[in-house]
Design a protein around this ligand. Structure first.
Ligand code: HEM
Length: 481
């Protein structure tokens, strides 16, 4: 991507929207100026806007790459939705997620899908939910889950056979769901059972099939029907867990170590009197955590093993590190798993599961001298930015050692944002990072996993749904080390 020159006016603290020569112009004056700005042009190398959707369907990442070749603010046409805008510079991400976040809201689509859980609510309600849930997700709290995570991981890996072929995305989805349930949700799933829950969890992604971008919300489609059925099942499971917790919560609810015990405990203790503790909200919260917290992890793990399989030198260093452990990793080993941590960091750079972060504008806003009108969808191009040679050397190469020095400190803010940023940064970040390290170390000590597909361009196959993942059915060979 080459930045367009001259017009960029993003300033360090992000307080000004655009400098159109107004100096100390009043807010009204500035707004009027914004309204006078041109809309971003459709990138000329994408062909006629009527074909944007088809071209994007055929090759989503190539489409975005081409669109962003010459400009950091793009406009593409989507049938039934009108235009959507893409932002491809860390300064833009910073403005949207942090310094000018009041000019953007979460997209309506998420709220329709997930109701009033943490991912979707806004304003005071969001702050209240975040304050209540945050203690469960601090580094210290999630470290308390570490050994339980390893138990869940090993329950599955101990059944793997040398020479077996595994659909890794699916295997990790099952594993991530086991881990999430056994820790945050406080119930151990059956290894060969609980299929209804597993299916239901998987179907939460169905809401975001690409057809959703073209078909109106009210139209029933098979994918939407699967989504609704899945959501209903998870809500029923939430009711079952709620009934189990009622009357059986710790005296001090803040000592609860799972989500529902915490929330039910607060309600029973009368500590927090709020709508967020109603059964309805608790159901929404459970659906939200399951949606946000398992497929993202499964995807990260799948791409991490793909990358290890394709980079023997990295794999060697990774093996040296995990082989030095006395046994399966424990909570005390985590701090020493440096190479493993960097493998995860680099995987999240090259293959961020949330490759695009959507928002909607609440007012006209200006980026690089262009206007994005009120009530429009903007997508933050996280994957593009994390592969941009302006910020990363040799950006397409998987090189965990790039993080050995102080790259994080040297990067512009928001050039690396796989978990989003600002106040709404992923609440599950510490959880996900710990889980990924432990899965890699547990498996890496015992097995090598080799992707069995063809690798023409040095990139894994991807199926960009709401998260980027490997297409269903991609198999890996399990070999004992
Ligand atoms: C590698 C794994 C993960 C990735 C890449 C990831 C990514 C993200 C991103 C990019 C956001 C910001 C969304 C936005 O600003 O619109 C987010 C938010 C969120 N994530 Fe994660 N996530 C991961 C794992 C998890 C886990 C394990 C959980 C729960 C156990 C979780 C729960 C949430 C929740 C509840 C939010 C909303 C936070 C808020 O708005 O306050 N995530 N995640």
């Amino acid at each position: 991507m080459v930045s367009d020159s001259g017009q960029r006016t993003g300033d360090g603290d992000g307080t000004a929207t655009v400098d159109v020569g107004g100096g100390e112009s009043s807010e009204r004056e500035r707004r009027r100026n914004v309204e006078e700005l041109p809309l971003p042009p459709y990138p000329p190398n994408l062909g006629p806007p009527q074909l944007h959707f088809l071209r994007q369907m055929r090759d989503p990442f190539g489409f975005i790459e081409r669109a962003a070749e010459r400009q950091d603010v793009i406009r593409v046409r989507m049938p039934s939705q009108g235009d959507i805008y893409g932002l491809g510079h860390p300064d833009h991400v910073k403005r949207v997620l942090l310094t000018e976040r009041e000019k953007f809201r979460k997209s309506e689509d998420f709220r329709i899908a997930f109701g009033e859980g943490l991912l979707t609510v806004e304003g005071d309600e969001w702050q209240q939910q975040r304050d209540v849930l945050q203690p469960l997700f601090t580094r210290e709290s999630v470290m308390g889950y570490a050994d339980g995570m390893v138990d869940q991981i090993r329950r599955r890996t101990q059944r793997w056979q040398d020479g077996e072929q595994l659909v890794l995305q699916q295997a990790f989805r099952d594993m991530a769901l086991d881990v999430l349930f056994a820790t945050v949700l406080g119930r151990e799933l059956e290894l060969d059972g609980d299929e209804r829950i597993r299916e239901a969890a998987e179907s939460l992604n169905e809401w975001f099939r690409p057809t959703s971008y073209v078909l109106p919300q009210w139209l029933p489609t098979p994918a939407r029907w699967r989504f609704k059925r899945g959501k209903k099942r998870i809500r029923a499971e939430a009711d079952r867990l709620l009934a189990e917790r009622s009357g059986d919560t710790p005296t001090d609810p803040t000592e609860a170590d799972d989500l529902l015990s915490l929330l039910v405990g607060l309600r029973e203790a009368g500590v927090t009197d709020s709508a967020m503790l109603s059964d309805e909200r608790l159901r929404d919260q459970m659906v939200t955590i399951i949606f946000a917290g398992h497929d993202t992890s499964a995807t990260t793990l799948t791409f991490a093993f793909w990358a290890l399989a394709n980079n023997p030198d990295v794999r060697e260093r990774f093996h040296a590190e995990v082989d030095a452990l006395d046994g399966p990793p424990t909570v005390d080993d985590v701090a020493a798993l440096d190479v493993t941590e960097r493998v995860v960091t680099e995987t999240l750079r090259l293959f961020p599961p949330v490759y695009m972060l959507p928002r909607e504008t609440t007012t006209d806003v200006a980026f690089d001298g262009y206007r994005i009108p009120e009530d429009e969808v903007v997508n933050l191009a996280i994957r593009e930015i994390q592969r941009d040679e302006r910020f990363f050397d040799d950006p397409e190469t998987f090189r965990p050692s790039r993080w050995d020095g102080d790259l994080r400190g040297e990067l512009p803010d928001f050039a690396y944002a796989p978990f989003g940023g600002g106040p709404r940064i992923c609440i599950g970040r510490e959880f996900a990072l710990l889980e990924a390290q432990l899965v890699l170390a547990t498996i890496g000590r015992e097995y090598d996993l080799y992707w069995l597909g063809e690798n023409e361009d040095g990139e894994p196959p991807v199926d960009p749904q709401i998260t980027t993942r490997m297409p269903e059915g991609e198999e890996f060979l399990v070999t004992e080390r």
